[in-house]
Design a protein around this ligand. Sequence first.
Ligand code: IPM
Ligand code: MN
Length: 358
Amino acid sequence: MYRVAVIPADGVGPEVSEEAERSLRAAARSYDFDVQTEWFDWGCDRYLADGKMMPDDYLDTLSGFDAIFLGSVGDVSKVPDHLSLELILGIRRGFDQYVNLRPIRLYPGVSTPIRTATPETLDMVVVRENTEGEYAAQGGVFKAGTSDAVALQTAVFTHKGCERVMRYSFDLARRRSKLGPEAPVGRVTNCTKSNALNYSMVFWDTVFDEVAAGYPDVETDMALVDALSMWMVKNPEWFDVVVASNLFGDIITDLGAMLQGGMGFAAGGNIDPERRFPSMFEPIHGSAPKYTGQRRVNPIASIEAVRMMLDHLGEHDAADAVGAAITEMLEEGEVGTRDMGGTNSTDEVGAAIAERIR
Ligand code: IPM
Ligand code: MN
């Protein structure tokens, strides 16, 4: 029995969360485990009502769950983004979810605006550092509100923080390898910018080299983040595992989402590999407030997040069934939301996938 906390939050978050839950339940029924979900009304409406996105003890509340599903957070018409997004960032940091795992694959039958991406060429995963770096929230504004104002935002790279996310990446490359024992097992690309960021990224590279030395069987590669963005489009087949800092990983995974056919297909897991805390799974698209309640957005990213959650929980057969159900529906090509050129609603697509899981 798994207890899953659902935080639907803002905009289209609730409607995609319903479809995530529907697939989760279908998988549980078919694979003989129970799930108990609890929904939390945290988000911008709550902020408008009582000045807080979530209660002060939110981490204590969530810590008793096996996993968290997050819909989407933010609605600038209600709350400035840098305040509302503390809901996500607070959980990532508070539960030390130091890996943000973002698989980038193209499901068959999905059209992508990028010609080089095909189901055969695109199968990579970005491992984004998720607790420090450029998102460390260190800084301040000096002489705020005056014409002499100066803003400082300091990135923080710790040896421990770099090392653990890199180790995870190398272990992942080994697990993903489909090559024989003689061939190098997988490849980890270091996403860096050490030509310009002479302290942080030079340090990052040093730690990468230290960790890589412990994995002589895994091929390594490095690319400056600007060039890497170009190569992801030009030669997507080159990439296997890419390890990136928090901000670089954020940026290249939106690019990755376009290779995947759009934000409607891109999912991520905020993972504590040591399993001290629950991990959190989410579609990486935003809350799209203008579409709220219209049931027109694509639920596949959310259902893909459920697939990742099941994998993390050790329900590998159920996870594979979710992936297979998505694949089958897309291959048949009869049901789709508007971003896919279809005419179906969010819940029709969600129901079609859940049906195939069953
Ligand atoms: C993401 C999002 C978040 C991030 C925002 C909403 C804070 O863009 O998960 O990629 O920057 O990490
Ligand atoms: Mn992002």
